[in-house]
Design a protein around this ligand. Sequence first.
Ligand code: AMP
Ligand code: MG
Length: 417
Amino acid sequence: MTKKLKNTCVNEFDPDALEEEKAIKFILNSIVAKKDKERLPIRNTLGRVVGDNIKSKLNIPNFNNSAMDGYAINIQLLKKNNYILQEKGVSLAGKPYSKKLTSNIAIKVMTGAVIPNNCDAVVMKEMVDIKNDHLYFPKKLEKNQNIRKIGEDIRKNDIVIKKGEIINHSHLGILSSLGIKEINVMAKPIISFFSTGDELVSMDTKLSKGMIYDSNRYILYGLLKKLPVIIKDRGVVRDQEKILIKKLAYCSQKSDIIITTGGVSVGDADYIKNALNKLGNINFWKIAIKPGRPLAYGKINKSYFFGLPGNPVSAVVTFQLFVNLAIEKLIGIKENKYIKLEATTTNDLSKKKGRVEYKRGYFSQVNNENLVSVSGQQGSNILTSLSNANCYIRLDSNVSKVKKGDKVTVIPFNLKI
Ligand code: AMP
Ligand code: MG
């Protein structure tokens, strides 16, 4: 195994922190997308990444049909009959009227029913007066009104779902409407994670002074569970180089990505740095963001490695900004940028220049105005301000003070629907 520190644009613990975008670029450039696919029945593909462009073999709708309950007519015949016709048959959804429409006839149609031959409009039943077996039609009519045309939703040979999209409930509807029972999806990559720290104890143990329960493994589980990946929780590792090397070597045989938390800040980084350098190519970065300044990124054997900070809020933010993108690239998920909104802050905000800051906030819309308030104390150990948040307030690197009433950029999450 090589003992080599990769020569990147920023060397280990460089006092000049690396910009967020540069770190993202570096990570994305280094990741090679996986190619493995598996074929699954469509219901099992929910949340999975589509492996090939999916083409339609049908038109949807497959026949002209009625958009309303009403009467199918021929406009010319209706005019000839002075807008008065007689009902001579019914076309129900699934039970078409098979004869051709002639002379003074209208056919009753239900929503979704086949439009009978020679009909060119459907009139809603509410618009038609019925007196003594005669139907009295309105004079204002348009050709093709209330008719759903063949192929108006999907045409034969259209690409209906693109490679890289994530299957959702609407996709299941489309696939089933096309009679597609199975599709290829990208295989789930294996993501291993473990926490590091001598202070971490199992929840079965009573807490003694200085010890804490591990939050990060549960947080990572929660973050990863939303993604099409196989999650491997590899437990807790003590702050010892030897044990760490063993664990990382083991994980690197069995994972596409390894995530650790803790042990990457300057204070206690030596043992993790040494361990990682013995195993693979690792870059230690200070990234110009808050929370989440320290980050280790590299490769151990065939596994990509992310060493996230130990503070839970920093671990979440660095996961969302960096690891998430890496996973998306690895399984070929189509680029999906997060949404940014503008909102008026209800608090004075301050920060140091030189770092982008992601404050935790609560976003609301009051009388059509976007408002945002900080959701609690902003320390990177304060998990409650994250659990009470529904957005990040993103303050640019060059910003130092923001006054109550100023506009800020907000990145919402956990939005309804
Ligand atoms: P470190 O990055 O190891 O220096 O840890 C920074 C802070 O995060 C310390 O207060 C740690 O106790 C805390 N911490 C590290 N790992 C975890 C974890 N898995 N769960 C909760 N807190 C942690
Ligand atoms: Mg630690």
